[in-house]
Design a protein around this ligand. Structure first.
Ligand code: APR
Length: 274
């Protein structure tokens, strides 16, 4: 593993435009369960996954019912406010401060990359702390709304202050299209990067799982490198889309890569932007 850590550090140091693609696995060490790992939410309760597949259709049919359910039924991930970033998130934030990591594209809705200090984050599956207008696409901090009051006064669903359209959670549900702005920029970043760190994802949910293939589609002579950091091999490993797998916990492996970079380039420890 040490050799792979050194190799990953080398690839990142030499990179011109590195990005990270992350999934639920990077947040498990903060206490948030993943979905398909050995103690994942879907692993333990397949019926919960089936129900999750029906949420977007409910919103389209009856936005008021959708909001009543969201406000009265327990959330799968619990109260996301209670969780803190772990060393894996902090390591990616440090790589951004060093000027190495340009963007994080995450499937996670927990906002932990932002809490860790990453500034360039694309929330590919949305963010649990925001609402989004389905008419004009505007996004709002959820704390700007007193949803409990709207529920008590029978005034759900919340409406967009800009266009009067119906708001839903910014979280992207199964069958819901990825918001165009995020989908568009994610494709751009994946096509532009020369190194991608893919951390804590089973890489089975599309369209996110197509991004590693986009990373690989570069002209001859401009090949990109995909470094996978995951507790177990994934289809990316098996199909040889990732160049190598650092098998382990993101909260342990990512900090070791950052330490290796600092060892070979001490000047970066002062978090100089490149
Ligand atoms: N370090 C490294 N890998 C880990 C860790 C860890 N600490 N903890 C879990 N993993 C691995 C698991 O073994 C698994 O391979 O991370 C991966 C998490 O995969 P999933 O649970 O499928 O999560 P993710 O890939 O993000 O799921 C994608 O599916 O249900 C939807 O919308 C949901 O965004 C989610 C999407």
């Amino acid at each position: 593993m040490t050799d792979l850590i050194k190799q990953a550090a080398e690839h990142l140091i030499k990179s011109k435009y590195a990005i990270a693609l992350t999934g639920a696995g990077i947040s498990t060490e903060s206490g948030i369960p993943d979905f398909r790992g050995p103690s994942g939410i879907w692993t333990k309760d397949p019926e919960a996954e089936n129900r999750a597949y029906r949420v977007y259709a409910l919103f389209q049919k009856d936005p008021k019912r959708y909001w009543i359910d969201r406000l009265t039924m327990p959330s799968l991930l619990g109260n996301l406010d209670q969780y803190a970033p772990n060393p894996g998130h902090l390591a990616l934030a440090e790589l951004e401060k060093m000027g190495i990591l340009k963007w994080v594209i995450t499937q996670n809705i927990d906002g932990l990359h932002q809490k860790a200090g990453s500034r360039n984050v694309l929330d590919y599956h949305g963010n649990a702390f925001r609402h989004r207008c389905v008419a004009c696409g505007s996004r709002f901090e959820s704390r700007a709304f007193d949803l409990k009051k709207l529920l008590e006064e029978d005034r759900l669903p919340p409406l967009c202050s800009g266009c009067g359209g119906v708001l839903k959670s910014d979280v992207v549900h199964f069958h819901e299209p990825i918001p165009f702005d995020v989908a568009e920029q994610s494709l751009e970043e994946a096509s532009r990067c020369d190194v991608a760190l893919i951390c804590g994802t089973s890489a089975v949910v599309y369209p996110f799982a197509r991004l590693p293939q986009v990373v690989k589609q570069r002209p001859p002579g401009e090949e990109s490198i995909i470094i996978e950091v995951n507790a177990e091999p994934t289809p990316l490993t098996e199909r040889g889309i990732s160049d190598y797998l650092l098998r382990g916990k993101t909260g342990e492996v990512l900090p070791r890569i950052v330490e290796e970079i600092k060892k070979t380039q001490p000047q970066r420890s002062q978090s100089t932007q490149r």
